[in-house]
Design a protein around this ligand. Structure first.
Ligand code: NAP
Length: 256
């Protein structure tokens, strides 16, 4: 907390979907450190409770709710809470799944549907449902969480990589349509970040070394590497940026 000297988000209300651990948690924490009131959420009550107690112990202003992003009633509860707080300035769509590690055309239909239901459709629905609250505040920011594999698919990322490519298009399309409304829409594409989601790669010795070999910086990211970028994108410092994706991957290859 003491390292964050900026208070760029004073008075802002933020929702970070999928934020009780990993990158989403670091984003929520950074927003709160910069002065925002943050609604954190994820599927499991125990994870929500643990995250809220850690953040409030740091003196940060957060509220926690259970929200499975694919459940309409859960999403409504989050936006009702934001409404009670006064509206919404910042919306981050961070939840994602990758139920299948393998090449894309080996993915079966149910896995494909699951990946697109959570990673793309739920992200679209949350953005759509949060938009009226953002409009009521006279503007704000939406950030989607993609991945470097959106640009540079690798075999083990299969359908997940394709879903993350879809978010690049969603970012562009939404940004253009909201550009005159003082609403920015941007995207972040992390490389490998040390979280539960990526631990099979970052913590398995044989795999870890070959993954590291693809990263010129020769280290995995940490959630705080991504949180600072998201905080920048939703701050006044980024007010002339919309429709863009920032890749943060330690120099890993990132071209379509
Ligand atoms: P993580 O450590 O597993 O954290 C994911 C968070 O989202 C948890 O709080 C989890 O809590 C919640 N969550 C999962 N599914 C959810 C759902 N259906 N509805 C609501 N919340 C849900 O993952 P992470 O590595 O931080 O990943 C966050 C984002 O970064 C994802 O979009 C991922 O694709 C992207 N990303 C990660 C990496 C990486 O290397 N880690 C790289 C590129 C992109 P519950 O279990 O309680 O729901």
């Amino acid at each position: 907390m003491s390292q964050i000297s900026k208070r760029r988000l004073d008075g802002k209300i933020a929702v970070v979907a999928g934020s009780t651990m990993g990158i989403g948690y670091a984003v929520a924490r950074r927003f709160a450190q910069e002065g925002a009131k943050v609604i954190i959420s994820s599927r499991k009550q125990c994870n929500v409770d643990a995250a809220v107690s850690k953040l409030t112990a740091e003196g940060l202003n957060v509220i926690g709710l259970v929200c499975h992003v694919a459940k309409a009633e859960d999403r409504k509860r989050v936006f009702d809470e934001a409404d009670k707080l006064g509206g919404l300035d910042i919306l981050v769509l961070n939840a994602a799944v990758n139920p299948m590690a393998g090449m894309v055309l080996d993915c079966d239909e149910s896995e494909w549907d699951k990946v697109f239901e959570i990673n793309v459709k739920a992200a679209f629905l949350i953005a759509k449902e949060g938009l009226p609250l953002i409009r009521r505040r006279g503007g704000g920011s939406i950030v989607f969480m993609s991945s470097v594999v959106a640009f540079h698919p690798v075999n083990f990322a299969g359908a997940y990589a394709v879903s993350k490519t879809a978010l690049l298009g969603l970012t562009k399309a939404a940004a253009v349509s909201l550009a005159t409304e003082n609403i920015t829409v941007n995207c972040v594409a992390p490389g490998l970040v040390k979280t539960r989601f990526a631990e099979y790669i970052t913590e398995t010795e044989a795999i870890r070394d070959s993954a590291l070999a693809l990263i010129p910086m020769n280290r995995f990211g940490i959630p705080e590497d991504i949180a600072g970028i998201v905080a920048f994108l939703v701050s006044e410092d980024a007010r002339y940026i919309t429709g863009e994706t920032i890749i943060a991957a330690g120099g890993a290859s990132s071209r379509l």
